[in-house]
Design a protein around this ligand. Structure first.
Ligand code: ATP
Length: 147
């Protein structure tokens, strides 16, 4: 029996489907969750969530959140989440450029602004790296079959 997986972000249902294993970005590293796992409530780091079902893998970027595990279902409530195939690269690059530009201007007016810019930079870096690494339509450098 597979385990059900639901990934919900603040503005939409990002994914719902069955899984043979779900790998969560836990605060202390990756957490692999199999069907019939003991009930668990955990906070999530910013990172990659992997869903594997029948040999197929799907990858999601998660900007932190919480996960509730029950034996038959995992519910992820994410601050923001995207399937790597949905990531808008131009938007992530623009977001990274904005954050870098603001941080390069010198000390921000207050700690909150600094933390917000630093978090925006980490989100955009995560999206860009995940898209390059896990997108099927985006071959890794050097993997081209062209001669
Ligand atoms: P931006 O500065 O581009 O708005 P952000 O990191 O501030 O980026 P979030 O607040 O994390 O954005 O996310 C807001 C919503 O936009 C979420 O639904 C998130 O999934 C989506 N989103 C953010 N960036 C991207 C992206 N590059 N591609 C696709 N969806 C994105």
């Amino acid at each position: 029996m597979p385990i059900r997986c639901e990934i919900v972000s603040q503005d939409r249902m990002v994914f719902e489907g069955d899984a043979d294993i779900v790998v969560l970005p836990g605060m202390e590293g990756e957490m692999g969750i199999l069907p019939n796992h003991a009930p668990l409530l955990t906070t999530l780091n910013m990172g990659i969530l992997k869903v594997r079902y029948k040999g197929e893998e799907q990858y999601f970027t998660i900007s932190g959140g919480v996960a509730e595990v029950q034996p038959d279902i995992i519910t992820v409530l994410a601050n923001a989440a995207e399937n790597v195939n949905e990531i808008d690269l131009a938007r992530a690059e623009e977001s990274r450029r904005r954050a870098e530009e603001t941080l390069a201007k010198g000390p921000p007016p207050d700690t909150d602004t600094f933390l917000a810019m630093e978090a925006a930079l980490r989100r955009s870096n995560l999206r860009l790296e995940a898209a390059h690494r896990y997108r099927r339509s985006h071959p890794r450098p050097g993997s081209s079959t062209e001669k």
